[in-house]
Design a protein around this ligand. Sequence first.
Ligand code: TYC
Length: 107
Amino acid sequence: MARTEKDDDTAVVIQTRVEKKLERPKLYKVLLHNDDYTTREFVVWILQGVFHRGESEAIQIMLHVHNNGVGVAGVYPHDIAEAKVRRVTALAESNEFPLLTTMEPEE
Ligand code: TYC
């Protein structure tokens, strides 16, 4: 905001508007991939423990992945999605399951 004094006692006020684009943070889908060795129970346990899904929703997602090859476990900002991928990968490894988790930007 600029105030310009004129010769008389009036003033001109110039309002400069700054265009500020508020970008919404990009979201990422955390994907679970099907395989032949990870047990259904383990995948449901992961969906409940890491992705906070209720039991019936966890079973639905697990069956979707089992039938379609891939499915969305959850959608999160970048850092959280990355942490979930790491956690699932670590849990799968320590339980000796080949369960694959990846993340990709949402449309
Ligand atoms: N296909 C596995 C089985 O029949 C179950 C499974 C589901 C594995 C989802 C991985 O992301 C997965 N035991």
